[in-house]
Design a protein around this ligand. Structure first.
Ligand SMILES: [Zn+2]
Length: 125
């Protein structure tokens, strides 16, 4: 629940940034700046705390697909992910992916680079 909640909170933060910039761009909607800042500020503080926890202690929470406990990780820039024993990497980019999904593209990257295969092929060649 924590991972899914934070995933959608990041999407809410993007909405907050959008309406803040819209408020700056269109003087008739200046009151949107206040709304946007009230959205962005608590999310930014929460993100800072979660970032510190992730780096120092690691974060474990329920997988958004199967509900089993799993560790938060970051396979690439701008990708929120959780490493689940049942589902593999689950998450996504909050801008592009509306909800967390299985991240097969990062599983394949690990599977295509085993050290044993490269050692055996270099020994033959
Ligand atoms: Zn799972």
């Amino acid at each position: 629940m924590l991972f899914r909640g934070w995933y959608h909170a990041c999407q809410l933060g993007l909405f907050g940034f959008a309406i803040t910039f819209f408020g700056f761009a269109v003087p008739a909607f200046q009151s949107l700046i206040t709304v946007g800042v009230w959205i962005i500020t608590p999310l930014g503080l929460t993100g800072a705390i979660l970032g510190l926890l992730l780096v120092t202690r690691g974060i474990r929470s329920a997988c958004p697909l199967c509900g089993k406990a799993a560790s938060w990780t970051s396979p690439a820039k701008n990708v929120l992910a959780i490493d689940c024993h049942n589902c593999g990497l689950v998450g996504g980019n909050p801008v592009r992916d509306r909800r967390p999904r299985e991240l097969h593209e990062y599983d394949e990257e690990d599977a295509s680079n085993p050290e044993k295969d490269s050692e055996s092929s270099s020994a033959k060649g």
